[in-house]
Ligand binder design. Sequence first.
Ligand code: WTA
Length: 671
Amino acid sequence: MPTASASESSSNQPESSNASGSIDHVLVEERLFHPSAEFTSKAVISTEEQYEKLATAARENPDEFWRAEALEHLHWFEPFDTVCDWQPPHAKWFVNGKTNACYNSVDAHVAAGRGDRTAIIWEGEPVEDGQPRDQRTLTYAELQTEVAKCAEGLTQLGIGVGDVVSIYMPMTPELAVAMLACARIGAIHSVIFAGFSAESIAERNNDASAKLVITSDGLYRRGKVLPLKATVDEALEKSPTVEKCLVLRRTGDDAPMQEGRDVWWHDVVENQPGQMAAEPLDSETPLFILYTSGSTGKPKGILHTTAGYNLWAKRTFEWVFDHREDDIYWCTADCGWITGHSYIVYGPLSAGATCLMYEGAPNFPAEDRFWDIVERHKVSILYTAPTAVRAFIKWGDEHVDKHDLSSLRLLGSVGEGINPEAWMWYHKKIGGEKCPIVDTWWQTETGGIMMSPLPGITPTKPGSCTRPLPGVVPSIVDELGNSVDSEHGGKLCISQPWPGMLRGIYGDEERFVEQYWSDVPDKYLTGDNARCDTDGYYWIMGRIDDVINVSGHRLSTIEVESALVSHPDVCEAAVVGRPHDLKGQAIAAFVTSNDRGHDDEFRNELKQHVRKQIGALAQPDDIRFTAALPKTRSGKIMRRLLRDVAAGRELVGDTSTLEDLSSLAKLREED
Ligand code: WTA
């Protein structure tokens, strides 16, 4: 455990180079923030001993530990016999048990007499007379009826156990209902983020042999209506396995319905009796497929199954978000991403939480929408992404200052490393210096959070996801697969199976083995680099591909980016390597800034700034200014594309997940 007290200086001395092939780290962060005594006194995990006990039990007697967890935290229609059947790389958890993720998320609360508790508070995007036009709350009992009706509708449409249902919907309660209804009957949902193209939908439908698509007429985004159904129609021309399309009326716009194929939600779902019970399902019944981009461009259908995933989502939610009875919890992700699956739907609902769900953009009708929502709904836990935090910084403090954020008690971050300066802003401006920040590291593949502070006990360091959760046994290895010492970066692996782990890539066993289990024997390869400091804190250094090798020093891009972002005039930075005759690789930086002129003076100033922060070694060779960085739709910077731009290559690979293609065009024009 670190013992230093909070201080606000950071010193940055480059480490010397090393021969083992590990990655040098150059950015040293020494600020440390303790939770308040008040926070700790009420926390779910409130002492270091409690954490140690859980972590030790899960590491040393995983079977015993997870048996007790599963019995206490999931409902079992039939008991399991074996806790974990581990035939690397294949795991089966809670073998031969029967449970249901929808039952655990909804019915269990009603059965326990808590049906009147609010499950979902929903707010649509449109605003009329300064107020949100569409708002709904659903209690757990109401959610149960809605989900049962949808399950009845799906059954009527011929959907049953093992059928794949693609869901391409706006962030409405019906999206969560549709997911849960699939889980209720044992159908496999494949949620496709409602910003993807017809081509991407068709690719996913075909890869999974989807039988049904659930969509809506349209979607509100930044005040405009996007015609979802029209996009689905185009996709369905190339999706031969899809038999039916279920359409929710959301915007009321024209949505042509194809006779025999397309049916309205209000015809098929709303008039059902709402009585259908949750089906007892084998623990390993596939729960969902979620497509995530891969290095080759072809998206991978990550497969999660019922019991292990459900338990992991629930317990990690309870541990990390310190969930209490009166919390209003808001995860700003979209259900199209794993964060929405695990921390809008299965995790919080299994824990009986009250979840806020917001349909629209953070800057509609103005840049203060999020803070307006926090104030009106008295949100106590906010979970968002660094890309959003950086956007808020860019938009200006005045939008935050208009609102009373005193209801907040805990903040979370996910999706990317949060640069220390963005962390500090989040801490001060949003958290009022009183809310712990949980920087949660995990992946679509891991099903739920793997490393994170426990907010009641873990002193936080800006930029570190701190320590593994109970049951997570990380190891960091060098190029040769040997463990590296603390303070050295290397490939982050997980060496013990955990309940939420992916069970495969749908329909592609070979790729599953090759991608995650070949490089380092018997360990799950995360694809990220990390280092562990002498306090046992982990620092994610970016994807393995993102390492830059400058004159034999292997540097992580995120450290150089964080140094750039710490300059007051920089909003966002992306750093990549480009070929260089002498050094092997040169450092190319792409920078967005507020009001500064994009001239050589500013360029030089930034180079000097990085030099001062982390040393001459990491000084960027090129700096390009740009209005926006190309990002995936989930907000991650697409470094792969930037590498091509920096090297002057034509763009290659899949760009289907790119959010703003025009930002790429701009990059090429500038400079
Ligand atoms: C990155 C999102 C640093 C990482 C839940 C990981 C992070 C990938 C963090 C997974 C974090 C996510 N700090 N990096 N707190 N959280 N990442 O599948 O590279 O969309 O491998 O899952 O995001 O992204 P995915």
